[in-house]
Design a protein around this ligand. Structure first.
Ligand SMILES: [Zn+2]
Ligand SMILES: [Zn+2]
Length: 91
């Protein structure tokens, strides 16, 4: 019983250390976006599928959803007129 407790404690400590060194140290690098944070893995402007985290150049929120874009230009176009790209949707 005791042994497994300390084992899980050690694992928790290791995980928190890796989490600390893994992120949050961005100095000059652009913020990293993740597919998992997007409501849809499709760029709503050019309809391109965002296949990986690296393919996301920008994100924005609209109507409670998070959209990802392949390029900053797509985000700019989207923000000018979101409903042109989203079509009808409830707010
Ligand atoms: Zn809307
Ligand atoms: Zn695009």
């Amino acid at each position: 019983m005791k042994h497994s407790f300390f084992l899980s404690l050690a694992i928790a400590v290791i995980f928190s250390i890796t989490a600390c060194s893994g992120g949050g140290e961005s100095k000059t690098e652009a913020p990293k976006y993740q597919l998992s944070q997007l409501s849809d893995a499709i760029d709503p402007v050019c309809k391109m599928k965002l296949a990986s985290d690296d393919g996301i150049a920008a994100i924005t929120e609209h109507g409670g959803k998070t959209y990802g874009f392949c390029a900053k230009g797509c985000k700019t176009a989207f923000e000018k007129d979101p409903h042109k790209y989203l079509g009808d949707h409830a707010h």
